[in-house]
Design a protein around this ligand. Structure first.
Ligand code: SF4
Length: 419
């Protein structure tokens, strides 16, 4: 049998019911009639691109967004019929769809099952309805519970729940409450990221602007104010038609953030969740294979608006403008691809370290040698010695991994591996 190269597929569905206040993903609300145009073009792109991957074997598919679960089920039926016709998809491929509570019906879930989708990633963020409101989410905790139970009834045995900490107004107690409510449901996987205030979002306008030394504001660059308990007042939350004034609670200060972070690790470990990446926890055997591929340098093909690809050492991303995407002739392979760049050896090695060290198992010097023909111990001799001396990494030949202290300051440590 022909030896096929492994390939991961990422498919981007950029539609959301409305934009959350913290979100800088490529996502937006559109009238429903646009769904058809987009899906037609996406399918054209799949046909065009798949011709270049006839001797590859798809190991995972990730439908991300946006909110893929917003689409009426017939679109998923068609999409998967095309994917199965165009690609050789491994029988045990991990196939994930991102879904938001409030958008999942039993009919959709049944179609997902029939289409071979075997993993559901549910975006909850918080179990506190007030926190959800401030984030601009479209759902309540109760909506999430209904979606979760429906998904179990439909037969999903691999569910991931996305959570977000360091939210406006959040304290250790409310975060613990969120974690407890979620672990009671026993999802197979939990992602727990801290909120980052991204430029260009309403949150940046509300919090970033005023986040000076007195604002108690965590910013993208990691700077933090003094934790002053003031309340910001802003008008109009995203999606609200009426102009209204609302008190915006302050972001947690750095000490609370730290406490939340350490408590998450302990509480989840006590419930049988192993932390396998800085922000990801899973029951044994339920680590997200698609993301592990991404962190370990696997080839992935991105399809759809703005999707990124990494194939054979080349990186590119698709056009991000909807009008332009819809106007392309996708029969030409790579029609949507922009900014194609071959990574240099140094860039590949940096990335291997930078992404691989996010994983708790760390990176292996043998793997490094096999991939790049270079000796990791020599190349990073000074950095490794210094980081080990500071207690930020541990060496367990052939592995190098971050220590708990190293994870605490991971951004700084990972930057040390830039060549
Ligand atoms: S649902 Fe997700 S992708 Fe959509 S706006 Fe909210 S955070 Fe962004």
């Amino acid at each position: 049998m022909m030896n096929r190269r492994p390939l991961e597929l990422y498919i981007h569905i950029p539609f959301c019911a409305r934009k959350c206040a913290y979100c800088d993903f490529l996502s937006f609300a559109v009238p429903e009639r646009v769904y058809q145009d987009y899906m037609d073009k996406l399918i054209e792109e799949i046909y065009g691109q798949s011709l270049c991957f006839s001797d590859w074997s798809v190991t995972s598919i990730f439908l991300g967004g946006g909110t893929p679960s917003l689409l009426p089920p017939r679109f998923m039926e068609e999409l998967f019929a095309v994917l199965h016709g165009c690609f050789s998809i491994e029988e045990d491929a991990e196939i994930t769809i991102e879904a938001n509570p409030g958008t999942l019906t039993m009919e959709k879930l049944e179609v997902y099952q029939e289409s071979g989708i075997n993993r559901l990633s549910l975006g909850l963020q918080s179990a506190d309805d007030q926190e959800l409101r401030v984030l601009g989410r479209i759902h309540t905790f109760d909506d999430f519970l209904k979606s979760y139970q429906r998904a179990r009834q439909a037969g999903f045995s691999n569910i991931s729940v996305d959570l977000m900490s360091a939210l406006p107004g959040q304290d250790v107690h409310s975060w613990k409450n969120t974690l407890r409510k979620v672990v009671m449901l026993k999802p197979e996987h939990i992602s727990a990221y801290s909120l980052i205030i991204e430029e260009g979002t309403p949150f940046y306008e509300w919090y970033g602007e005023v986040g000076g030394p007195e604002g108690g504001i965590t910013r993208r660059d990691g700077k933090n104010g003094g934790g002053k308990e003031d309340f910001l007042t802003r008008s109009v939350l995203p999606g609200d038609r009426r102009s209204r004034r609302m008190e915006l609670p302050p972001l947690p200060d750095e000490d609370t953030d730290r406490e939340i972070y350490h408590m998450t690790k302990e509480l989840l470990a006590g419930q049988g969740y192993e932390r396998y990446e800085i922000s990801n926890y899973a029951r044994p055997g339920y680590e997200c294979r698609h993301n592990i591929g991404y962190w370990t340098g696997a080839d992935y093909l991105g399809l759809g608006l703005g999707a990124s690809s990494y194939i054979g050492g080349y990186r590119y991303h698709n056009v991000a403008d909807m009008g332009e995407y819809l106007s392309l002739n996708m029969k030409k392979a790579g029609a949507a691809a922009r900014d194609i760049k071959e990574l240099s050896l140094d860039e590949k090695m940096e990335e291997f370290m930078f992404l691989g060290l996010r994983m708790m198992r760390g990176v292996s010097g043998s793997d490094f040698l096999g991939r790049f023909g270079r000796n990791m111990w020599n190349l990073y001799a000074v950095t490794l010695r210094r980081m080990e001396g500071q207690g930020l990494i541990e060496i367990d030949t052939p592995w190098v991994r971050l220590t708990d202290r190293g994870i605490d300051v991971s951004n700084r440590v990972l930057c040390e591996f830039l060549l």
